[in-house]
Design a protein around this ligand. Structure first.
Ligand code: PMP
Length: 435
């Protein structure tokens, strides 16, 4: 039904007036001249635009559609929930069955001791929740001076107040005046750099360290060998809370529930979103270690005065439960490991291309194809051009300043992976021919 309404409401892309939609992360001066790329329909790994042209979704939208598009059983579960209890707050003692069941299910699988689950509407909100919780936890421990938050170069943690303040990419921080104070960024590839920073700030002033299992939006950077064991040990040594941002890495993208299991460590908090519902409805949250939660749950009467209107939204939680049913029933955890291997070897085939400096992949279903400095600086190639060439050829990849990123739905086949990488290769050829 939606499909008919959407396509009949739009004239062909060449003739449309630009809409009034202000796109995210976008130079509207260019896009407002049109045509916008209107996605009309999706099924599995495929998208169709309003003219009926088909594209392979090599990015699972924005890293989230782990089970693939068009899963009727998620829509049915949401429909059932909406006609039973559409929405209700979890403020005070209010609860609802989907929110409780989802919390139980996440707690059962999280590599966190005695877990409690806070629900939100997305990743950035959850990061801000974790940052505030970390700082308040130390206040409850009689250490209010422990406020400092450390994050990593290339780390992306959403763009809410705390997320913007701890992001490891300078371009997202400037132009907003003074951000939240007492934060710093350390090199993402060195546990020793974390320890040095804790010592520089003073161990008794550091509240928490934030890290993605594999850095995603910052350009797919894999951790060095033993990085997370070292980091977990360092955090423990200095009493720093270890917060893992699994927004991209969770829900089978790394072959397990939260990504971090891969490295055998147990954090104090895990931030999640995206794949928890495969994006069918917006949802995120934080799994909190019982030790960190207890000061707010005990009899001292010290509530965590934080939360949002739509936290624990029953219809979003029902979407997540149906999505997790698919992950488990189709064992997308195992499938993901196989896809990871094939994607890795297919992407490595691009490493010899004259425009390509490096391919990063092999841990999780995600990869980066980074262009050479010569291509970017001397030839004047942009990743946006490569993205546009690939899209014209029917494949969606994601351009960041130096690299093209891929993170397809986990249900992608070998043939589709090969189609994605060979199209990316042709797009690189076409761009090279122009420069
Ligand atoms: N953390 C990570 C690792 C992310 O990749 C993102 C979004 N790409 C976020 C947090 C923010 O999530 P949201 O956009 O839902 O606020």
């Amino acid at each position: 039904m939606t499909e008919t309404v959407v396509s009949s409401a739009l004239t062909p892309k060449e003739h449309r007036e630009p809409s009034r939609l202000w796109h995210t992360f976008c130079d509207m001066n260019t896009v407002a001249k049109g045509p916008e790329f209107v996605v009309a329909r999706a099924e599995g790994v495929w998208l169709w635009d309003q003219s009926g042209d088909r594209y392979l979704d090599g990015t699972a939208s924005l890293w989230y559609c782990n089970v693939g598009h068009g899963r009727a059983e998620i829509a049915d579960a949401v429909h059932r929930q909406m006609t039973t209890l559409d929405a209700y707050t979890v403020y005070g003692d209010f609860a609802n069955a989907p929110a409780m069941e989802l919390s139980e299910r996440l707690a059962a699988h999280a590599p966190v001791a005695d877990p409690r689950v806070i629900l939100t509407c997305g990743g950035g909100e959850s990061i801000d929740t974790a940052a505030k919780l970390a700082r308040s936890y130390w206040v409850t421990q009689g250490q209010p001076q422990r406020q400092h938050l450390i994050s990593r170069t290339g780390g992306y943690h959403g763009l809410n107040g705390f997320g913007t303040s701890i992001i490891g990419m300078e371009r997202f921080r400037s132009g907003y005046g003074k951000l939240i104070e007492d934060t710093s960024v350390v090199r993402h590839d060195s546990a020793a750099a974390l320890e040095a920073e804790i010592l520089r700030v003073g161990a008794d002033r550091v509240a928490a360290f934030f890290a993605e299992p594999v850095i995603g939006a910052g350009g797919v950077f894999l951790p060095p060998e033993n990085y997370f064991t070292d980091v977990a040990r360092i955090c423990q040594k200095y009493g720093v809370l270890f917060v893992v941002d699994s927004v991209i890495c969770g829900f089978a993208r790394m072959g397990n529930w939260f990504g971090i299991e891969r490295f055998g460590v147990s954090p104090d908090m895990i931030v999640f979103a995206k794949g928890v519902s495969s994006g069918y409805l917006p949802l995120g949250g934080v799994v909190v270690n019982g030790r960190v939660a207890d000061p707010f749950w005990n009899e001292a009467g010290n509530p965590f005065l934080h939360g949002t209107t739509y936290a624990g939204h029953p219809s979003a939680c029902a979407a997540a439960m149906a999505n997790l049913d698919i992950l488990e029933r189709e064992d997308l955890f195992t499938v993901s490991r196989e896809v990871e291997t094939h994607l890795d070897s297919a992407l490595r085939g691009l490493a010899d291309h004259p425009l390509v400096a490096e391919v990063r992949s092999g841990t999780g279903v995600m990869g980066a194809v980074e262009l050479t400095e010569e291509a970017l600086n001397e030839r004047g190639v942009t990743t946006a051009e490569v993205f546009a060439e690939a899209r014209t050829r029917g494949v969606i990849v994601r351009p960041v300043p130096k690299a093209l990123l891929v993170s397809p739905p986990l249900v992608i086949t070998w043939e589709q992976i090969d189609h994605m990488t060979s199209t990316l290769s042709s797009a690189l050829d076409a761009v090279m021919a122009r420069h």
